[in-house]
Design a protein around this ligand. Structure first.
Ligand code: GLN
Length: 484
C-alpha cells in the first residue's frame, strides 16, 4: 500500500478497497517501526491523524470526498499547526504549541488530507544537511551514515523511506530541491508568491517558498493544487490563476527547448553525477527536445549574494524570539537585558547565531551599501540574466547538487563547503523562479537529481516535463534498501 501513488491511493479509497483509517494506521505503523533509524519526525500525532482519518471516511460515506480526502501526509515542522508543537527544529520553539494553522496546513486539511506529524529540519531552515536540528540529525535512508540534505531533510527522508506518501517542505536557497535530490524523491519549489507564507515561520521572507515533496511529479501536481493560490493574509502572495496541475501533466516534449548553463557543468561537479545528468538529457532529446548550451555567468555569484541577503533578512525575522512572548525563556533572568541575552544565547544553535551575526553586520550603518545593497544589485543581475535565457529556451536543466549525499559530520566544521551544496539551486530563489528536482540516477548507491528551472508561473509546465521523464525512467520508483 505504501508504494502506491497518490492517484492510486485515491482510487483505492474511492473504490472502498481501503479506508483512510486503515491507510493511516498502516503509515503510523511504518513510522513506529522504521523511523528510529532515520529520525525524520520531530513529532508524530497518531490521535489527531486517526481523528482526521475517521472524519475523512465519514466525508466519503456522505459522498463529499475530494481526490485527496483521506490521504496521509506530514508537514515540515516550520508550518504552524494548531494545538501541535511547532518547533522549527529549534530549542527556541521546543515548547511552542501554535494557536493557529498556517494557510498551507489549513488548505491541506480542507482537502481532507490526514496529518501524521511534523518533520525534522535544520534549525530555522538554515542548513544543507539537517545536522543543525535541535532534535538531532536525520539519516539518509539510502545509506544511514550519510546526510539526507537540508533543510527539509526530514521531509525528503520520510518520503523516500515510504513513511509518508507526501510531505510539505520549504525552499529558501534549495531546501526542497537539494534534499529531494539526495534522497531520490521529487521536490518542487514554486514561483515566489505562488504558495502562501502565512503561518510558515520566516527565515528570509523575500526568498522563502513552500512546495511539495513526493515520489513522483504526478503526486506533486496533486499536492500543489491543494497548497497553492492567493491568500490575502500574505501580502507577497500573488493573484494569478491556478492551473489544473494533475490534468495538464501529459504535454508532449517534442520541440521543447532545453538550456544547459555551461557554468553548472564545470569545476566542482562530480563526474558520475554529471554522467547521470547527461543520460537524463538524452531521454529528453530522444523524445524530440532540443538541448543547447547557455551561459548563466552571474548566477555563479548567487552563493555570496545569498549569504548576505538571507542572513540580513533572518537577523530581522528572528529578532521576535526574545524570550518574552513565546518560546524559550532562560531561567531566572536578573533584568531585561539578561533575559534577552540568555534566552537567545541558549535557545539558538550555532548556525542560527552565525547568520544573525552576519546579517546584523551586513545591515549596519556603514556596511549596508557595501554588502546588502551590493548583494541586491547582484540579485537583479541574476534575475535579468534568467530573463534573457528564457527568450531562447523553455526550461533550464542541470544537476541539482554538485554530487550525491555526503557523510554525517563531513562538512559541519566548514560552513563554506556546506554553503556550496546549494550552488546550483540558490539562483532560482534570488530570481523567484519555479524549479524542481527529479531523481536521475544512483552514484555509489546514493541518489542524484536533475534540476529544472522554469519561467515565472511555469510550475505546471515543469511538472509535465518531469512527469514525461518519469514515464521513460524508473529512478523515482527505486526504494532505499530496507524500506520496500
Ligand atoms: N542551505 C541553504 C541555507 O542554509 C538553504 C536553506 C533553505 O533553503 N531553507 O540557507
Amino acid at each position: 500500500m505504501h508504494d502506491k501513488s497518490i492517484a492510486e491511493m485515491s482510487a483505492a479509497l474511492a473504490g472502498r478497497e481501503v479506508s483512510s483509517e486503515e491507510l493511516t494506521r498502516h503509515f503510523l505503523a511504518r513510522i513506529g517501526e522504521l523511523d528510529g533509524a532515520l529520525n525524520s519526525f520531530i513529532t508524530v500525532t497518531p490521535e489527531k491523524a486517526l481523528e482526521q482519518a475517521r472524519t475523512a471516511d465519514e466525508r466519503r460515506a456522505r459522498g463529499e470526498a475530494g481526490p485527496l480526502t483521506g490521504i496521509p501526509m506530514a508537514h515540515k515542522d516550520i508550518f504552524c499547526t494548531r494545538g501541535v508543537r511547532t518547533s522549527c527544529g529549534s530549542r527556541m520553539l521546543d515548547n511552542f504549541v501554535s494557536p493557529y494553522d498556517a494557510t498551507v496546513v489549513e488548505r491541506m486539511s480542507a482537502a481532507g488530507m490526514v496529518m501524521l506529524g511534523k518533520l525534522n529540519m535544520d534549525e530555522f531552515a538554515m542548513g544543507s544537511s539537517n545536522e543543525t536540528s535541535y532534535y538531532g540529525p536525520v539519516h539518509n535512508p539510502w545509506q544511514q551514515d550519510h546526510v539526507p540534505g537540508g533543510s527539509s531533510g526530514g521531509s525528503a527522508a520520510a518520503v523516500a523511506a515510504r513513511l509518508v506518501p507526501a510531505a510539505t517542505a520549504t525552499d529558501t536557497g534549495g531546501s526542497i530541491r537539494q534534499p529531494a535530490a539526495l534522497c531520490g524523491v521529487t521536490g518542487l519549489k514554486p514561483t515566489y508568491g505562488r504558495v502562501s507564507r502565512y503561518g510558515m515561520i520566516a527565515f528570509a521572507s523575500s526568498l522563502d517558498q513552500a512546495g511539495p515533496m513526493t515520489r513522483s511529479a504526478a503526486d506533486a501536481a496533486w499536492l500543489l493544487g491543494a497548497m497553492a493560490g492567493f491568500d490575502e493574509r500574505d501580502s507577497t502572495c500573488l493573484e494569478h490563476p491556478l492551473e489544473d496541475y494533475p490534468a495538464l501533466l501529459d504535454r508532449p516534449l517534442q520541440g521543447l527547448r532545453i538550456g544547459l548553463p555551461r557554468e553548472h557543468f564545470g569545476e566542482g561537479l562530480d563526474a558520475e553525477t554529471a554522467a547521470a545528468v547527461h543520460q537524463a538529457l538524452a531521454v529528453f532529446e530522444a523524445a524530440g527536445a532540443t538541448v543547447k548550451e547557455i551561459s548563466l555567468a552571474h548566477s555563479m555569484l548567487s552563493v555570496p549574494a545569498y549569504y548576505v541577503v538571507a542572513p540580513a533578512e533572518c537577523s530581522s525575522n528572528l529578532s521576535r524570539f526574545d524570550g518574552v512572548r513565546f518560546g524559550y525563556r532562560c531561567e531566572e533572568p536578573v533584568n531585561l537585558e539578561d533575559l534577552y541575552k540568555r534566552s537567545r544565547g541558549e535557545g539558538f544553535g550555532a548556525e542560527v547565531k552565525r547568520r544573525i551575526l552576519v546579517g546584523t553586520y551586513a545591515l549596519s550603518a556603514g556596511y549596508y551599501d557595501a554588502y546588502y545593497l551590493k548583494a541586491q544589485k547582484v540579485r537583479r543581475l541574476i534575475k535579468d540574466e534568467f530573463g534573457r535565457a528564457f527568450d531562447e529556451v523553455d526550461v533550464i536543466m542541470g544537476p541539482t547538487t554538485p554530487g550525491p549525499a555526503f557523510r554525517i559530520g563531513e562538512k559541519t566544521s566548514d560552513p563554506v563547503a556546506m554553503y556550496l551544496s546549494d550552488i546550483y539551486t540558490i539562483a532560482a530563489n534570488l530570481a523567484g523562479l519555479p524549479a524542481l528536482s527529479v531523481p536521475a540516477g544512483l552514484v555509489n548507491g546514493l541518489p542524484v537529481g536533475l534540476q529544472m528551472v522554469g519561467n515565472y508561473f511555469d510550475e505546471g509546465r515543469l511538472l509535465g516535463i518531469a512527469h514525461r521523464f518519469q514515464q521513460e525512467t524508473d529512478w523515482h520508483r527505486r526504494t532505499p534498501p530496507g524500506f520496500a
